[in-house]
Design a protein around this ligand. Structure first.
Ligand SMILES: C[S@@+](CC[C@H](N)C(=O)[O-])C[C@H]1O[C@@H](n2cnc3c(N)ncnc32)[C@H](O)[C@@H]1O
Length: 338
């Protein structure tokens, strides 16, 4: 038998938390913008001065960023990696720094044992509250600006993996800021969309939609998907990062509501992180499931086959799973017909 690799334990004990801390610090100090100020990149001494750090600290931070794929070292200079350049500069449309901040503030990873045993109240739930989505939640405010660009990118990626030609009207149930709907509309010029959301989130969505170049094709409807039927007149219905917030029974009820609302022949899209064949490719999805344990009552990452079975049990036909490569907010799409 091969000797087990003990260094893996050090990776898990130190490297995971340290990598998150490096990313969070890079966002806090806006290191990517600083490294972008001069095209060939900055020396450690130059970066240290611009970041207000001692040179030895700047060297450690930049080296760690380079090892994590957030910067590139070229001779004695550091410049942003392509990932950081696109997603860690606040003036970029794809900026993901707010999402990084949100997860850091929201997720009590140190209390995972208590959350797994059910003895801790989910993060973001005030005493007596039944929903993690409340207008008075200050931390949640960062969630909307954080998730918007990520959802928009996922919406724009879907037509690469799912046949969407000829589709005209999307209903995005629990559609958040409208990011997914806007991304999909950007790719499909014939598509218009309804974002269905809780009234206080619908207000936030309207502010994003009105500023977007394809926003004239997206309307926002106030509603509560636990309290009545969903609006009709749509040939696509999407649940993006919604089912993993809920337990199996609540998810089943929501899928049945989607089935009732969708026009005959319409298509269902379920997009979120799902575990598929267990292995390295499912690591992020499995870990996102633990984030759901910390944040929700009954939410978790589902296996692709669980979603397929639930979709078929709700009355849909022909459910299939496709990977959605390279997306931060979803690993797979489950599609089916009404
Ligand atoms: C994890 S967020 C996903 C948002 C969006 N789909 C995305 O991926 O960007 C879940 C969304 O479900 C919405 N939601 C929760 N309960 C709801 C309800 N009862 N009726 C309508 N929307 C609800 C929340 O407001 C939130 O925007």
């Amino acid at each position: 038998m091969q000797e087990p690799d003990l260094s893996r334990l050090l990776d898990l004990a130190v490297a995971g938390a340290a990598a998150t801390a490096v990313l969070t610090t890079a966002v806090e100090l806006d290191v990517t913008t600083v490294l972008s100020t001069r095209p060939p990149g900055l020396t450690v001494a130059e970066a240290a001065e611009d970041l207000g750090l001692p040179a030895r600290s700047a060297a450690q931070l930049l080296t760690a960023m380079a090892c994590l794929g957030l910067a590139e070292a070229d001779g004695d200079r550091f410049r942003p990696s392509a990932l950081a350049h696109r997603h860690l500069r606040p003036d970029e449309l794809g900026y993901a720094g707010d999402y990084v901040r949100f997860v850091q503030q929201r997720a009590p990873w140190g209390e995972l044992t208590a959350h797994l045993s059910g003895s801790a109240r989910p993060a973001g739930f005030a005493e007596g509250q039944e929903s993690a989505y409340r207008p008075d939640d200050e931390v949640l405010r960062q969630f909307w600006s954080g998730i918007h660009p990520l959802s928009q990118a996922a919406g724009a990626a879907v037509p690469d993996v799912v046949e969407m030609s000829g589709r005209r009207r999307l209903l995005d149930v629990g559609g958040g800021t409208g990011g997914f709907a806007l991304g999909l509309c950007e790719r499909l010029p014939e598509l218009s969309a309804t974002v269905f959301e809780l009234p206080f989130v619908a207000e936030i969505a309207r502010s994003y939609v009105k500023d977007d170049p394809v926003g004239t094709r997206v309307e926002v409807a106030d509603g509560d998907f636990t309290a009545g039927p969903l609006p009709g007149g749509h040939d696509v219905v999407a649940l993006v990062n919604v089912l993993h917030n809920w337990d199996e029974a609540q998810g089943a009820a929501l899928l049945r509501a989607c089935h009732r609302a969708l026009e005959p022949g319409g298509v269902l899209l379920v997009v979120e992180h799902m575990v598929d064949a267990v292995g390295p490719g499912s690591t992020t999805s499995a870990l996102v499931g633990l984030l759901m344990v910390l944040e929700t009552v009954g939410g978790r990452t589902y296996h692709t086959t669980e979603h397929v079975d639930a979709v078929m049990a709700a009355g849909f036909t022909g459910a299939t799973v496709v990977p959605l490569p390279g997306q931060a907010i979803g690993s797979h799409v489950v599609t089916a017909r009404s």
